[in-house]
Write a protein that binds this ligand. Structure first.
Ligand code: WTA
Length: 660
């Protein structure tokens, strides 16, 4: 294996801010020395039963205690945590705080229009959730039923999620940027009874008619009996289908402000979240109750040093795992306040994030590098608000380049905040490689060290053997189960095994390449499969290809991710047209529209390139060649002798030049 090389900036080491220990007005760090982290880490790996058993009893209120901590194994894909324990997830994120600190803020709503938001206390949130749960129960939702949530970033989306789990039902939140077809696919796969949506959504003053999209999806969803519609606009315009659609505001307030919790087993599914992999349709990743909540709590507490008195600011969306864990479940498990941010980093201008931080005195800030790149490019002059309440800045979802890390650290953090580059996935439930903000020295560009309980391995992709020690590079894998790991794929346990466990027997395979440097720090190198990451949104190239292929003019399509200054990666699509079709602007528009309607606008190819495709004799597309040509590395194509028709390479080079 090659020696791990790093650039000069990457060799920089940044110590956690000393003010964490010197300024007595700040909360006492949850972990206060690197040795403490190391000792806890060692215990978590050597004796996970004691480590997680103790922590689970400390931070979760159980309806019935558990007698085993971990049973089963990763290898057999049958692991379970705290299996005979019983708990009420909604009690843990809501009731207990509403009882202890009813007037503490639970949700800080920053509406699309600045100053139209509000704070919601734990007492109020409990009442809202109970009323919504009552309404859902009256629509026939009960334990184990699935509820789809397709909503903007407004407090009602959190209410809908918590109301669902209060009944022991299972939510599947679908990002509101997905098209009607994508929504229908997910609703059908999950077999949802109810879809919760809003009439419209507002983002950066743009109005998106969400209910219309739901109306296109639901006629193709036989399991759906009702659509619950939150009125987000001042004057509702959505048309309602008799007997199926109900306004939230008509039904929810009629229910009592308290209803009891449904107690569930520790391994009861808490939610499904669909995510893209290399092959086939998106998978419904299943997270279960106690282990997931424990992982969310532990990472908030230690990685972000979150305290119950803190105000967590994650500007993500609940349509993705980041929103589930770090907007909803983690902060609320801890009884902290959490931001629900409806707008964009650019509305009304590039100061929006920082004016939000100032207005609500946020203590943590957590976004994807794509937003940091946008704001860095806009310029330092927009970072002029008082952001001194911040202690920890987090980055998630894609690699953060050292120069963006340094800008975040110096300009946003004024060199007095910790910057945490957090690596994890929908499937891992919570961070698996991330610094403990209060103690871990960071290196810009590295996600640093494994979190508690994460027994990491760098695996040789050729031999499938673990590469022990430091200075190794390979694929990133995990050797032991951890509490917040996904348990299965909804109605597809064999897909779970095939995707995560079979590629490298004995390991959970992340799909990412990674290096461990001479200090044991982890450097994520990006996906080694056909997954692309656009602005932190995870998509599969095969899904986009399948969408393009539905167009009558397309004979074949090959999609690759290319580096993009703003969005991290962008989609480029190579297309071979059927005989009789010609390239023209109209056709290009239609192809883009096909992707927008089948997946969503964010999946649109940035560039379409019309040419033949490089195929092996067995018919496999050699995407490596397409990537190389796009990168201008035509002289480094490597071995092309396996191509059925090596001449095709010239056509591709010409086509790429034409498209530039
Ligand atoms: C990528 C998002 C580099 C990675 C939480 C992973 C990252 C995929 C980082 C999961 C990071 C996430 N540095 N790459 N800090 N965090 N990724 O499921 O490729 O939407 O496999 O979860 O994002 O994306 P997902």
């Amino acid at each position: 294996m090659t020696k791990v090389t790093t650039t000069a900036v990457e060799q920089m080491i940044i110590q956690p801010p000393s003010r964490f220990y010197e300024d007595s007005s700040l909360p006492k760090p949850n972990i206060s020395s690197l040795d403490e982290y190391k000792a806890m880490y060692e215990q978590s790996i050597k004796n996970p039963n004691k480590f997680w058993g103790d922590m689970a009893r400390e931070v979760i209120d159980w309806d019935r205690d558990f007698s085993t901590v971990l049973q089963g194994s990763l290898q057999a894909a049958d692991f379970a945590w705290f299996a005979d324990g019983m708990l009420s997830p909604c009690y843990n994120v809501l009731d207990r705080h509403a009882i202890a600190r009813p007037d503490a803020t639970a949700i800080i709503y920053e509406a699309d229009e600045p100053n139209q938001g509000r704070h919601i206390t734990y007492r109020q949130l409990l009442a809202d959730v109970c009323q919504c749960a009552g309404a859902l129960a009256s629509l026939g939702v009960g334990k184990g039923d699935r509820v789809a949530i397709y909503m903007p970033m407004i407090p009602a989306v959190v209410v809908a999620m918590l109301a669902t789990i209060r009944l022991g039902a299972v939510h599947t939140v679908v990002f509101a940027g997905f098209s009607a077809e994508s929504l229908a696919d997910r609703v059908n796969d999950a077999g949802c009874k109810v879809v919760i949506t809003s009439d419209v959504s507002y983002r950066g003053s743009k109005v998106i008619p969400l209910k219309n999209i739901v109306d296109k999806a639901v006629p193709n969803c036989p399991s759906v009996t009702n659509v619950l519609v939150f009125q987000r606009s001042a004057a509702p315009t959505a048309s309602m289908v008799d007997g199926r659609d109900i306004w939230w505001q008509d039904i929810v307030p009629k229910f009592p402000r308290y209803i009891p919790n449904v107690s569930v087993s520790a391994e009861h599914p808490l939610f499904l979240l669909y995510t893209s992999g290399s092959t086939g349709k998106p998978k419904g990743v299943v997270h279960t109750t106690a282990g997931y909540l424990l992982g969310a709590h532990a990472t908030c507490k230690y990685v972000f040093d979150l305290h119950p008195t803190d105000r967590m600011g994650c500007a993500g969306d609940v349509g993705w795992i980041t929103g589930h864990t770090y907007i909803v479940y983690g902060p609320l498990m801890m009884g902290a306040a959490t931001l629900v941010f409806e707008s964009t980093p650019a509305y009304p201008d590039f100061t929006r994030y920082w004016s939000t931080v100032e207005r609500h005195k946020l203590t943590q800030w957590y976004v994807a590098p794509t937003a940091i790149r946008l704001l860095q490019r806009a310029g330092e002059s927009f970072v002029k608000h008082d952001t001194s309440s911040l202690r920890v800045l987090g980055s998630v979802g894609e690699p953060i380049a050292p120069e963006n890390f340094m800008w975040y650290h110096d300009v946003v953090g004024k060199k007095s905040c910790a910057v945490a580059d957090t690596y994890w996935q929908t499937e891992t439930g919570s961070h698996i490689v991330a610094p403990i903000s209060t103690v871990t020295p960071t290196k810009p560009g590295s996600a640093t060290l494994p979190f508690f309980g994460i027994d990491l391995a760098i695996v040789d992709p050729l031999t499938g053997k673990e590469l022990e020690g430091n200075d190794v590079e390979g694929v990133l894998a995990v050797k032991q189960p951890w509490p917040s790991a996904a348990r299965t794929v909804w109605r597809g346990h064999d897909r779970y095994i095939d995707t995560y466990l079979k590629p490298y027997p004995g390991f959970y395979f992340t799909g990412d390449g990674a290096a461990r440097d001479s200090d044991g720090y982890i450097w994520i190198r990006g996906r080694v499969d056909d997954v692309v990451n656009i602005s932190g949104h995870r998509l599969s190239t095969s899904e986009i290809e399948a969408a393009l292929m539905t167009h009558a003019a397309v004979a074949e399509a090959a999609v690759v991710g290319v580096p993009d200054e703003l969005t991290g990666q962008a989609v480029n699509a190579f297309i071979l047209l059927k005989d009789g079709f010609e390239v023209n602007a109209e056709l290009e528009k239609e192809l883009i529209l096909t992707v927008r309607t089948q997946i969503g606008p964010f999946a649109s190819p940035k560039k379409l390139i019309f040419s033949d495709l490089p195929k092996t004799r067995s018919g496999k597309i050699m995407r490596r060649i397409l990537r190389k040509v796009l990168a201008g590395e035509e002289d480094q194509l490597g071995d092309v002798s396996t191509l059925a028709d090596p001449k095709v390479v010239h056509d591709i080079i010409h086509a790429v030049h034409r498209a530039h």
